[in-house]
Ligand binder design. Structure first.
Ligand code: TPP
Length: 640
């Protein structure tokens, strides 16, 4: 179903077309753009509140700046739907985040208007600064470079690294701070307090009250006293704002705060800013979900990415199911952590800005004093955990697998080299789905297993996750990494009693002959389907859930290679350096020469789509594994 655009939007196929509108039409255009986003996301799903919040900003930016020559960099990119719609992708927008369709984030390959590919947070200032310096080196004086960054993304350290350099380089960089007080969950931390303070002028208001209070006492100065004090007040105000302004202290000219929903005013301001040379920041105050009541006034976290919904009632669609459903892995993590933390007073929970996404929120509600949201600060989350561990605390540091890439040196330098007992729970490991290449947790098995003092485990189901978490918090040295996927597990009755698993032991799921499938993690459930299917055809092959990539269960592996001369390894992770590679290394070191076929994420980018679609593309969905088994067994079955 194609969504019908309003009259003005229907004529806009590029920013050039937008510029043909009279300024007086911009408000109506914004209404249409907002409605188009509501109509599309309610039917097709995707990110929502953030794009609604920047409709006016997006319109004003494309109206004033000469994109794509002027370069517009969106931070994270989940708010760029309006940008995509204005820049010629309106009629493909129904394919957003679908297999083979538009990406949910700006992507260089997708459009010349997407100046930088994004998905992970806080990169916009550095990237736009790089572009601005390149323009300077090329003597391209008029070219503009704009980074649009949220108050959540501004909490990431790299944003400050960018501002630190920007303040001493005189280039055409404009930072637009889109301040809506929200990350995915409510923004936290001292920076948030600071931004709230300058938008509401608490410090200034206090000073003004003091001045007027004094005025009452000095009325003896006569009738001009009010005027005099008022002048003093104005000059103190500008002095205070300058002195206390964090961004000015980075040598950035600070403008604002301004209403980010007043499109006419934004157009005026951007026209002015274009003529002011050097690095500058415009502080815009916006509201997430603006213009769609349920999102604006309701739970903004839910409306960050609500899935499909009834746009009239605001009711979010739920998938109906008669049978009790297995829980999401993230919820098993959250509830299990509370169970463990209630018994062990040293356990502490840490999440970098994903309380809802990781379900750390369950501990934040149950035991708030021992659970921390540290903002979008993965590096800090890891080193903060290391610090806690030096003092005998047992940190469960939960980070999405792909975001953990940010904190790699901290894992090595601050945790593993120091042999500290930190537990890393890597959520969204493996193919993550509709968020695409930036969000797939493809590399963790490879990048974690090469670090000494680090156990690396992956559960095949909920019960295994609980046992691994239980095992990880027992007294030990070194890091313990547990990676699990996005989405549901397989056990509706998941609250199984927890027990210790001997580190570095796998388990036999099914004995067989000729061929063995070795799996790691939840993807083992696909192998169960395959061995059952083959069994029904009279073919009995073995299946082993290895559970640990590091240390490998060498005893079990010797046993397997003595009994099978054909092996398939399956992992929901990258083939280079991953689980299959670990098995090949074991074979090489021990002189085994079985015929091995490795299945996993190939050495190329896998884009977005549903998880099963992408598993299929990579050849390790149940059908792919089944066919590989037949190939290995040299059985040809005529294709239907
Ligand atoms: N960590 C990294 C490195 N990248 C991410 N994309 C995330 C976490 C997950 N994430 C996506 S959007 C978001 C987070 C934490 C919140 C961003 O907040 P803000 O920049 O204020 O944008 P808003 O959604 O409020 O418009």
């Amino acid at each position: 179903m194609l969504i019908k655009p309003g009259k003005l939007l229907a004529e806009v196929n590029s920013p050039e077309d937008l510029k043909k509108l009279d300024k007086s039409q911009l408000k109506a255009f914004c209404d249409e753009l907002r409605q188009f986003i509501v109509d599309s996301v309610s039917v097709y799903g995707g990110h929502f509140g953030a794009s609604l919040g920047v409709v006016e900003l997006t319109t004003a930016l494309h109206y004033v700046y000469n994109t794509p020559d002027d370069q517009l960099v969106w931070d994270v990119g989940h708010q760029a739907y309006g940008h995509k719609i204005i820049t010629g992708r309106r009629d493909q927008f129904h394919t957003n985040r679908k297999y083979g369709g538009l990406s949910g984030f700006p992507k260089i390959k997708e459009s010349e208007y997407d100046a930088f590919g994004v998905g992970h947070s806080s990169t916009s200032i550095s990237a736009a600064l790089g572009m601005s310096i390149a323009s300077k080196l090329d003597n391209n004086k008029d070219k503009q470079h704009i980074a649009v960054i949220g108050d959540g993304a501004m909490t990431g350290g790299i944003a400050f690294e960018g501002m630190n350099q920007a303040g001493v380089l005189n280039s055409n960089l404009t930072i637009v701070l889109n301040d809506n007080c929200m990350s995915i969950d409510p923004n936290v931390g001292a920076l948030k307090d600071y931004l709230t303070d300058i938008t509401t002028s608490h410090t200034y208001n206090k000073m003004r009250d003091d001045v007027w209070h004094l005025l009452g006492k000095i009325s003896k100065f006569g009738p001009n006293a009010r005027e005099v004090v008022s002048k003093v007040e104005t000059s103190i105000k500008s002095f205070l704002l300058k002195q206390s302004n964090l961004f000015e202290s980075f040598n950035l000219r600070y403008f604002g705060p301004v209403d980010g929903h007043d499109v006419d005013h934004l157009v005026e301001i951007f026209n002015d800013l274009k003529d002011i040379p050097g690095p500058k920041i415009l502080h815009c105050v916006t509201r997430k979900g603006k213009g769609y009541k349920p999102a604006e006034d309701g739970n903004q976290t839910t409306w960050h990415a609500p899935g499909t919904f009834d746009k009239i009632t605001g009711e979010i669609h739920k998938k109906a199911s008669e049978k009790p459903q297995p829980p999401k892995y993230q919820d098993v993590f959250g509830h299990t952590l509370v169970e463990l933390a209630e018994k062990n007073k040293d356990i502490v929970g840490i999440t970098p800005a994903m309380p809802s996404g990781s379900s750390m929120k369950i501990m934040m509600e149950a035991i708030p004093e021992r659970a921390f949201d540290v903002d979008i600060a993965e590096q800090h989350a890891v080193t903060f955990s290391a610090g806690l561990a030096t003092q005998g605390k047992i940190p469960f540091c939960n980070i999405y697998s792909s975001f953990m890439q940010r904190a790699y040196d901290q894992v090595i330098h601050d945790v593993c080299i120091q042999n500290l007992h930190v537990i890393f729970c890597l959520d969204r490991a493996g193919i993550a789905g509709a968020d695409g290449a930036t969000h797939h947790g493809a590399y963790d098995l490879a990048y974690m297993r090469c670090i000494p003092n680090n156990v690396v485990a992956a559960p095949m189901n909920e019960s295994e996750l609980r046992n691994m978490m239980y095992t990880a918090q027992l007294p030990r040295e070194g890091a313990f990494t547990i990676r699990y996927p996005r989405g549901k597990g397989v056990m509706p009755d998941w609250r199984t009693p927890m027990k210790e698993i001997e580190v570095g032991t796998g388990r036999c799921i099914k004995q067989g002959k000729d061929l063995a499938i070795l799996t790691i993690g939840h993807i083992g459930n696909y192998a169960v389907e395959v061995t059952e299917r083959l069994s029904e055809q009279g073919i009995e092959i073995g299946h082993y859930d290895m559970r640990f990539v590091k240390p490998l269960d060498e005893e079990l592996l010797h046993d397997i290679f003595k009994n099978y001369d054909k092996v398939i390894t399956v992992e929901d992770g990258c083939l280079p350096g991953g689980f299959g590679s670990a098995i090949l290394e074991f074979m090489a070191e021990n002189g085994y020469s079985a015929k091995v076929k490795r299945l996993g994420i190939p050495d190329r980018l896998v884009e977005h789509g549903e998880q099963p679609e992408l598993h299929k593309e990579c050849g390790y969905d149940p059908e792919g594994i089944y066919e590989t088994c037949l190939e290995q067994l040299e059985i040809t079955v005529p294709k239907a």
